[in-house]
Design a protein around this ligand. Structure first.
Ligand code: HXC
Length: 257
């Protein structure tokens, strides 16, 4: 169905695998287009409650497709609003998105992982923003999101030198939520995504929206936003079901409304 990705449904989880092995999953225009369409489809599908994006054992994605980008002129990139416009589709997804990252996550690959809601990484992972070594700078949010994840000093060092971060450093700095053995990475990511998908979907969307607000606003405004959304959960049937089930000492039956 897609040229550059594979999509498989595992219960309520859409597992999207980047699939350009010969180019280490370099993020060509076709791949980013396919990925956007897969997100559209998963969002429109009521059977899907969460999405996992993964790559191969060797590379989540080794960055934007340098061979494709190399020929672009200023007018090409300015007029098409390269790179952010299409890539931001993942960040705009309202359903929870987990990145399962192994091997190289460089340049746009690191940026794509950071657009997901959280990152589970394998022990062989290498994150980096090496754009400076090819004469450009990150263009899909790398200088902004990496700085928010790991702080100015480390982000600045990585962006200015292009050096990679390994698994231990990525976990220590909070870039990833957890490191998982390579052999278990995808299954664990699907398990976590399934757990989320099996909770109340509208409530999960509200929780995601509220955490994301922390990146966009002041503490006082963020806390006020959170309070309004928490109030809104009282308009959701699943909130009533969740609390009633607790008091009746039984598992809740979510209606996702
Ligand atoms: C296109 C790529 C690619 C990329 C790898 N390949 N990365 N093609 N774009 N980003 C291709 C190689 O050309 C090669 O194809 C094949 O994948 C295997 O790669 P090798 O280099 O032979 O593998 P290896 O020696 O194991 O080295 C792995 C690597 C290296 C360290 C990840 O491939 C590498 O440094 N890649 C580029 C990483 C990078 O700079 N990324 C940031 C891109 S810029 P052939 O056919 O030659 O055998 C970016 C944002 C740009 O993401 C923002 C604005 C423009």
């Amino acid at each position: 169905m897609y040229e550059t990705i594979l999509v498989e449904h595992r219960g309520p989880v859409a597992l999207v695998t980047l699939n350009r092995p010969k180019a280490l999953n370099a993020l060509s225009d076709q791949l980013v287009t396919d990925l956007g369409h897969a997100i559209d489809a998963a969002e429109a599908d009521d059977n899907i409650g969460a999405i996992v994006i993964t790559g191969s054992e060797k590379a989540f994605a080794a960055g934007a497709d340098i061979k494709e980008v190399a020929r672009f002129t200023y007018m090409d990139v300015y007029q098409s609003n390269f790179i952010t416009a299409k890539w931001e589709r993942v960040a705009r997804c309202r359903k929870p998105v987990v990145a399962a990252v192994a091997g190289y996550a460089l340049g746009g690959g690191c940026e794509l992982a950071m657009m997901c809601d959280f990152i589970l990484a394998a022990d062989n992972v290498k994150f980096g923003q090496p754009e400076i070594t090819i004469g450009t700078i990150p263009g899909a949010g790398g200088t902004q999101r990496l700085t928010r994840f790991v702080g100015k000093s480390k982000a600045m060092e990585m962006v200015l030198t292009g050096r990679n971060m390994d698994a231990a450093e990525a976990e220590r700095t909070g870039l990833v939520s957890r490191i998982v053995p390579m052999a278990e990475l995808v299954d664990e990511a699907v398990r976590v995504a399934e757990r989320i998908a099996n909770l109340s979907r509208p409530i999960a969307m509200m929780a995601k929206e509220s955490v994301n607000k922390a990146y966009e606003t002041t503490l006082a405004e963020g806390v006020a936003f959170e309070r309004r959304l928490m109030h809104a959960t009282f308009a959701v049937e699943d909130r009533k079901e969740g609390m009633t089930a607790f008091t009746e000492k039984r598992q809740p039956v979510w209606k996702h409304c």
